[in-house]
Design a protein around this ligand. Sequence first.
Ligand code: MF3
Ligand code: CO
Length: 248
Amino acid sequence: MIEIRSRHEINIMREAGLVIAECHQSLKDFIKPGITTMQIDEFVEDFIRKHKMEPAQKGYKGYPYASCTSVNDVICHGFPGSQRLKDGDIITVDMVTLHKGLHADSAWSYAVGEISDTARKLMDVTETALYKGIEVSVAGNRISDIGHAIQTYVEGEGFSVVRDFIGHGVGRKMHESPEVPHFGPPHKGPKIKKGMTFTIEPMVNTGTYNVSVDDDGWTARTADGGLSIQYEHTLVVTDNGPEILTKL
Ligand code: MF3
Ligand code: CO
């Protein structure tokens, strides 16, 4: 069952999304060489709570932190900790707000100081891939059109798309139907309809798309040690096409 959201629910999700967008905007200046990933997590948790929302990742299925901080070869679900960011690192920060019973979910990536040309290209391609997916999130298309658009573009740029983690419906629960893979053939899966709310969150690697999970049970790394980057928005399908809910 894929939920269709009311105008009222969408308004609440837009508020939940705006706080995430503002937090990501503030992180652009906050993230620099020398800070720890735990400082980022504290910043995120304070920011969300100051806006009277809940950091919904904290405690979700036992996940211990408000944010995921995924550095360099970490694909997603990186634990914040004592790791100090250094010049040349790339980091994805993922967060979810819970506001009046509804969720918004967005991850964004940041360059720490001066990064390599490869890392810069990986960031640009992954952000563009997200927007390629959003572009085809139009009523009448099918869910797999999203993944097809993303995979075709990313592989054309010489990178790979992670298979083990996918986008998802989001609303009263953090993870709902439908599943939104970032790869695969076109014209399959559920029809996209007005009022659906879901995430698109491609993770893109420089090398293999295979994943290896650390002993903590969460931290997911590239199997070959290559770099990985992720961008994620929550969106709602409207009569006028997709509307991004996690933007300024
Ligand atoms: N925000 C993540 C997503 O995009 C959720 C991570 S799982 C959590 O689906 F446990 F960290 F919350
Ligand atoms: Co998500």
